[in-house]
Ligand binder design. Structure first.
Ligand SMILES: [Zn+2]
Length: 317
């Protein structure tokens, strides 16, 4: 098996990558509570980008990469609609067939026919009962301002207007709309892990967990690694990027490639790279660390790490 762990710190200036509700003409940035250990603990409400947002962006890319490699992707996932076999009707729409009654058969059919649901999991909850769930093989979470950035992270509403002066629409009240969009600037944490152990394998039924249910397990894993590479290099997630494309820059990043579960310590702490190296001295699963900026440009480090992961997949028997 191969386990890939990624942690980083990324500077995002003037971003609106994860908006929540809009109140009238005011669109709010997502906020989360974060504890800062000081003399005791202080709670800050800070801008954040959700793991769901990251996962959505990644799965769009994964669907594209899988299709490019001629691997199966269902009719909904290939369009970026990740309903993921929610119930009977979604299953029928996605796969053009009746859902199998048997749990193992059901999971095998979804995994076999959709790489996105194989890698990213699904939850089947039909009305008649008989739920089947598959846990995602990749893990990600909220991007929050790093520890030193907490007190200086800002959210600021910016006024915009839709210009309509000189047209008849102004009098009708349809022109010159003003609206506010909350923008944020901070150095954010980034976390993403891939545990390739169960890609192409059954997980739900206790008796059959671990059984290989596809014939292209290696290709699926390689495509997933290729998607991760592009995802990191092109940073393809987040909302409102057509008009609020952030000024972004990776400050640092570490990618660990291992033969078993090995996660990098949290980039919330400035010492996370040092902590990763210290951890490696004590715990080692044939782990290799790829560090930016020590190991070259960001792209070089990502490419090198993914090549190492792919070579391990190919070396598997
Ligand atoms: Zn699908």
């Amino acid at each position: 098996m191969v386990f890939v762990s990624i942690r980083g710190r990324v500077l995002l200036n003037v971003e609106a990558m994860n908006m929540t509700e809009s109140v009238g003409n005011y669109v709010k940035h997502r906020r989360v509570p974060v504890l800062l250990p000081d003399k005791g603990y202080t709670t800050y409400f800070v801008p954040a980008i959700s793991g769901e947002s990251i996962a959505h962006g990644f799965q769009v890319l994964l669907a594209d990469e899988a299709k490019r490699a001629n691997l199966s992707v269902c009719k909904l996932c290939e369009k970026g609609v990740f309903l993921k076999s929610t119930h009977e009707n979604v299953y029928k729409e996605a796969f053009d067939q009746e859902p199998p009654k048997d749990e193992f058969q059901f999971e095998s059919s979804v995994v076999g026919n959709c790489v996105v649901e194989d890698v990213g999991g699904f939850l089947y909850a039909p009305r008649a009962g008989g739920n089947v769930k598959r846990t995602s093989n990749f893990y990600t979470g909220y991007m929050i301002p790093v520890k030193e950035s907490i007190e200086s992270a800002v959210i600021e509403p910016q006024l915009h207007s839709r210009y309509a002066l000189g047209t008849k629409f102004v009098e009708g009240g349809e022109g010159q709309m003003i609206y506010y969009v909350e923008l944020s600037s901070a150095v954010y944490t980034f976390s993403f892990d891939l545990d390739a152990r169960y890609i192409g394998r059954a997980t739900f039924s206790v008796e059959k967990a671990g059984e290989e249910v596809v014939e292209d397990r290696k290709e699926r894993t390689e495509v997933t690694l290729e998607a991760i590479k592009k995802f990191l290099i092109e940073f393809t997630f987040g909302a409102k990027k057509t008009r609020f494309l952030p000024a972004m820059e990776w400050e640092s990043a570490v990618i660990a490639v291992s033969d078993d579960v090995w996660t990098i310590p949290s980039p919330f702490s400035v010492k996370y790279i040092e902590n990763a190296r210290k951890k490696l001295e004590k715990v080692n699963c044939n782990t290799e660390l790829f560090v930016y900026p020590d190991g070259g440009s960001f792209e070089e480090v990502v490419i090198e790490a993914m090549e190492e992961a792919k070579s391990r997949v190919n070396g598997e028997t």
